[in-house]
Design a protein around this ligand. Structure first.
Ligand code: ADP
Ligand code: MG
Length: 341
């Protein structure tokens, strides 16, 4: 509107020589607006579906932006996957206890945030859980024996992952310690993807990788509607939230699991204290302003459980949580709870 008014007032001016240029600009403006629409893309990376939707001016430019954003997830996977022998993380796991290893700024950033979440959660979040976590194979329905767990439990100790800010090096203070970034790297990739979108001039977008989602702006005049999945039903939402400009991450016991011979649910979120799947919670959803933080915190609160988890969340400004416990009772942080009557 403002631009149209501006164009008209200029067009009415006596400087007739400017008119052709003005009409050209007006046409260019209205035609790019006419083609602007929502563009949607999907991919699989980091062993999870990646979905991208954004408002943009035209198809070929949107395709180029999307390609760049989706490439981010493959790049982060190449650096931080523990399933790839040749990833930077696997190299660190092989040599981290020999000498301090210089790592890329991205890996250092994620390890630093992981440490921060470990300290906040009193060690409930601990990327060195991988020392035991590597013994689980959810697809093959394999879990370690009590003895295997006992022999490796001592390697879960985030304090032994020493980060040197000046040299960007990482040193493992004990041999046998293995880091797994599955609880935090997707959030980092989502943030990087959003950075790329912002750089390309995008103002309305939704980008998700599995349980980690970030929204840029609103849905052009209305909020985005985000469903928090019912942990025991794939196509039912437990809560639906209107949101904009936030990150939201969910950790659930349904993402990677199997039921063992004893009828127990063996799932991918492990207690660093026992080396076994955490009980008492079905899912945790965290809302905050960046996905690196919400991803780490969703796993941390899952391990802490409703009471201690909410205690931690209430200490963190700008962060909210929804916890669904094993009785399917929902717990909300103060920022989301309805006012008391
Ligand atoms: P997803 O989106 O894959 O469900 P989550 O954020 O729920 O991811 O994190 C689950 C992943 O976190 C596990 O697959 C594992 O890689 C990692 N993880 C499990 N237990 C812990 C823990 N106690 N501390 C840190 N990371 C963990
Ligand atoms: Mg997480």
């Amino acid at each position: 509107m403002e631009i149209n008014k501006f164009m008209k007032s200029l067009a009415n001016s006596r400087e007739a020589c400017l008119r052709p240029l003005l009409w050209f600009l007006l046409l260019a403006f209205s035609s790019s607006e006419a083609h602007a629409q929502w563009y949607k893309y999907s991919d699989t990376a980091m062993t999870t579906p990646v979905e991208l939707e954004f408002w943009f001016s035209d198809q070929s430019a949107a395709d180029a932006v999307a390609e760049e954003v989706l490439a981010v997830f493959h790049q982060v996977d190449r650096n931080m996957s523990r399933y790839r022998e040749d990833s930077e993380l696997s190299g660190l796991n092989r040599h981290g206890a020999d000498n301090p290893v210089k790592v890329s700024p991205g890996l250092f950033r994620v390890l630093k945030k992981a440490r921060e979440v470990s300290e906040l959660s009193g060690g409930a979040f601990d990327v060195s859980f991988g020392s035991v976590g590597y013994l689980y194979d959810y697809r093959a329905h394999q879990q370690p024996s009590e003895e295997d767990i006992r022999s490796r439990l001592g390697h879960i100790h985030y304090q032994d992952v020493v980060l040197n800010e000046d040299t960007h090096t990482v040193f493992y203070r004990q041999k046998g310690l293995l880091v797994d970034l599955g609880g935090i790297a997707k959030g980092y990739a989502v943030d990087l993807g959003i950075e790329r979108l912002v750089r390309a001039g995008v103002r309305h977008a939704r980008l998700s990788a599995g349980g980690d989602l970030r929204l840029l702006g609103d849905k052009r005049g209305t909020p985005w509607i985000v469903g928090v999945r019912d942990p025991r039903s794939e196509d039912r939402s437990a809560v639906v939230l209107p949101l904009e400009n936030v990150a939201i991450s969910t950790s659930g016991d349904y993402e990677r699991f199997f039921i063992n011979d004893q009828g127990e649910r063996v799932h991918h979120i492990l207690s660093p204290g026992t080396g076994k799947s955490v009980r008492g919670v079905q899912s945790v959803t965290i809302i905050g302003d960046n996905a690196l933080t919400t991803d780490g915190l969703s796993t941390a609160v899952f391990v802490l459980g409703p009471e201690k988890g909410l205690e931690m969340i209430e200490r963190l400004p700008g962060i909210d949580a929804i916890i669904i416990d094993d009785k399917r009772v929902m717990h909300f942080s103060e920022g989301l709870a309805p006012p008391e009557s």
